[in-house]
Write a protein that binds this ligand. Sequence first.
Ligand SMILES: Nc1ncnc2c1ncn2[C@@H]1O[C@H](COP(=O)(O)OP(=O)(O)O)[C@@H](O)[C@H]1O
Ligand SMILES: O=P(O)(O)OC[C@H]1O[C@](O)(COP(=O)(O)O)[C@@H](O)[C@@H]1O
Length: 776
Amino acid sequence: MPNAPQLLDFVTLEGLLAYGNRLAQRAPDERVDWPAVRACSLPSQLSRVKAATDAIAALVQQAPKGFPDAEAYRSARQTVVDTACGGDPVVFFAAWNRLLAEGALQPLLRAPIGSVLKPTHRRPVAIVPRAQLTPQLAEGRIVLDLGDDRFWLLPRDLADRTLLFTMRHGVSRVESKTHRVGRRLANELDPERGVPRAEAVGAALARMVGVVGRQLDFLNLSNYLDPGKFLHFISRSPNTRQLFERVAAGLAGGERVVPEPAYAHPLESSDFGWVTGMEKTAEAQELAAALGVEVPAAKRLIKDPLYCYPGGHSFFDLYVDVIDGLHRLGQAHPGTVACLYTHSSTLRALMIYLDPRPFHEAFTEFSDYKESQDNVVLLTFEKGRLSGYSTAVGLSQREKAARETWITVERVRKDRVTLKPRQIKRIVALVSGGDFAGAGAALKELRVTGNRLGLKVHFVRHGFLGLANNWIATVTEDDTRGMSSVASSPIGSSRFEDFKDETVQQAAMRNLEPYLEDGALVVLGGDGSLRGARAIFEGFGVQVVGLPGTIDNNIEGTTSLGYHSAVALADQSIESLKATSAAMGTVFFVEVMGAGSGHLALACAYQARAEGLLVNEHPDPDAYIDDVILGTLKQTLGVPNKSHLFVVAERTPHRHHSDGGVHGLVPYVAGAMAQWPPRQGRSGCYAPTQATKATILGHTLRGAPPTPEDKAIAQHVAYEAVHRLVERPDEVVGCMLAYRERAVIEAIPLHAVAPKQFDWELFARMHGSEPSGNLR
Ligand SMILES: Nc1ncnc2c1ncn2[C@@H]1O[C@H](COP(=O)(O)OP(=O)(O)O)[C@@H](O)[C@H]1O
Ligand SMILES: O=P(O)(O)OC[C@H]1O[C@](O)(COP(=O)(O)O)[C@@H](O)[C@@H]1O
C-alpha cells in the first residue's frame, strides 16, 4: 500500500502547523482567487487540534453508512472546520493529515457517495478491446471500429441514456506538470500548444461523431449524434471555455450555431486554496523542511489521495465531486448528448472510478496523468450507472504492458536524478561514434551558454576512449573560437567497443570523478553512444544528457545532427552525376553511407529523383536489382537526355559481391545490358556507347561542412540542454533531447530511445507506387 502508516510516521502536528501557517502567509498570485486568511497563534491552534482530531474521526466513522451526496460530505467536513477547528483551516489541515499518517482515514475510500460506490468488479464498458468483444456485448448495439483493435459499443437509440463526451483542456499557460494548478487559478490555454491541441480535440470529436452519424443513417436509425442538439458544460476556469469554443467550432463545421455552455461544479479542478499557482518543487521542499525530512518523503505525503490542503481539499474530495456530479448530470439529461469541458484531474478521477481495482492501486497508476494520454473519455450513463473507458484505460493487453513498463522505468529514471535545480556547476561534453557535422556548433553553444550561466565547461577528446584515458580539459573562449563552422567533430570522436566492459567504465568513472559532484556529462552521438550514456547513467549514476548526432538519422523521435549536412553534400555530387549521366547516357551507381539504416540514402535518392534505391532494409535486394534496376534500364536506356542513376546504401547485401553496396553491381548490370538486343535506331545511325560506373561518396558525408540548418539545430539543442540542466534537471537527466522538425525540443528517456523505422511510404512515393505488403 503506497500510504501504509509506517511510511508516513515522520508527519507531526507541529510540522504540519508550521507549514500550514507559512502557506497562509504566502504572497498571493494575482491570477489566483485567494481564500480568506485567519491569523491564529500557534498555542491556540495546538489547543484546538485535539477537538479537531476527534471531530474528524467521528466524520470518518460515518463513512461506512455513506454520505447522501457530495454536498453532504463537503458540508459535514466544513462543519468540523467551523466548529471544532474554530474556523481555522490550518488546524483542520494538521489534524486531518496526522490522522492520514496514522492510517485512520482509510474507511473514506470505501464510503458510498450518494448511491454511488466504486465498483469492485468490471463494469459494462463502452469501448472494448478486440479480444473482449463478445457477441453478447455487441447484441443490440452499434459496434464502431476505432482502430488500434478497439471497438466502441453504442446504443442504437439513446432512449433514457445520456452520452457524455468528457474532454480536458490540455496545455495551459500554468502547467500542472510544474505547478499546483487549482480551481482558484484563472488559467488560460497556452497559445502555441494548448490552442492547436484544443482544435485537434474538436476535429477528432467531430470526425468520430460524423462516422457514427453515418452509421446510424445507414442503419435507418435516428441520428442522435446531431451536434446542433448537444449540451455543453464548462468549469469556471477560462481554459475550459476556450476549449469549448475550439471544439464547438469543430463540431459546428461552420454551419450550426452552438448553444452557450452552462456551468457545472463537478467539472472544476481540485481546490488547493493557498497553494494554487505554486511550483510543485517549492511545495515539496517547503513541506520537507517543515517536517524535517527529505523531499521524496514529503512527496509521498503530498501524493497520497487523502492528503488535504488547508481547508480540507484533497484529491479524494475532488473524486467525490466528480463521481457524484457526473451521475447527476447523467440523470438530469436523459436522451441527450453532453460535452463536458474540464481538467486532467477530473479525467483522472473518472479513470480511477471506472477502473475496478481498489482506489489506492488505481490512483497510483493514474496519478501521473500525462499530456500524452487521452483527451476525451467517452461515457454512457445508463440505468443509474456510468460506463465507458478512455483509451488510456481500454488499452489492449500489449499496449497496457508497454504502458506499465514505461511508467515503472520512468519512475526509476527519476529516482536516479540527483542533480537539483540550480545546483549544477560544471558540464563535461564528448562526441562519440561516427562523426557528424554540427558537433562543433553544439560544443560551442554548450561552452558559451554554460559560461554565461556561470558553469565551467570541459571537453573530452575522442569520446568514451578519451574518458577512459583521461583526456579531459577545461575549455575557454580561445578553445572554441571558430568552432561552430568546423566540419566533423573538432574534439574528435571514437568507436571504442571496450567501453561496453564494466571495468573500462569504472576506469573512466575514476577520471570523471572530480567533475561529477555538481556536474553533468553531455554525450553527443548516435544510438550506440546513447546506449553508452545510458550505461553510465544507470550503472554509476552519472548525470547524463544525450544529444542526437549521426548522419544516419536513425533515432526515432528526433532529427539527428549531421543528417541535413550529409544530405546536402551528397545531393551536390548526385546532381553532378545526374548531369553527366544525362549528357553521356552513363548508368551510375552511387554509394552513400548508412550500413545500419537507409534514411540518408532514401532522402538522397528521392531529392535527386534517382531511378532507384538499394538499402539494407530491403527484404530482397537481388529481386530489386533484377526487377526494378534492370527493368527500368530496359525501358530508359537510349532515351535522349535521360539520366540513369541508382543510389545504393553502403554494404547492402546482394549476390554479386560479398562486400555488397555498389561492389559487383557494375559487371553484373553491364553484363546483363550487353545481352539485350540493340535498340532499334534509325537505319544508318550508330548506337551510343553505353557505360556503367560506380561512385562511392563514403566518408565524405561524415566530414561534410555543417549546413546552416544543422548549425541551428545544434545550437538549439545545446542551449536547451544547458538551461534545462540548470533549471529542471529531473526532466533532462537520463534523457536524450529530441529535436522535432517543428522546432519542439523534448526529453526522451534514454531507455526509450528506439530505432527509427525506414520510411517505406516515401520509398514507395519515390517509386510512384504503394508499398507492397512484404515491404511494410
Ligand atoms: N551498450 C553500450 N555500453 C557502453 N558503451 C557503448 C554501448 N554501445 C555503444 N557504446 C559506446 O558508444 C560508441 C559508439 O557507438 P556506435 O554504435 O559505434 O556509434 P553511434 O553512437 O554513432 O551509433 C561505441 O564505440 C562504444 O564506445
Ligand atoms: O566508417 P565506419 O566507422 O566503419 O562507420 C560506417 C558507418 O558510420 C556511419 O557513417 C554512421 O553510423 P553511426 O552513427 O552508427 O556511427 C554509417 O552511415 C556507416 O555505415
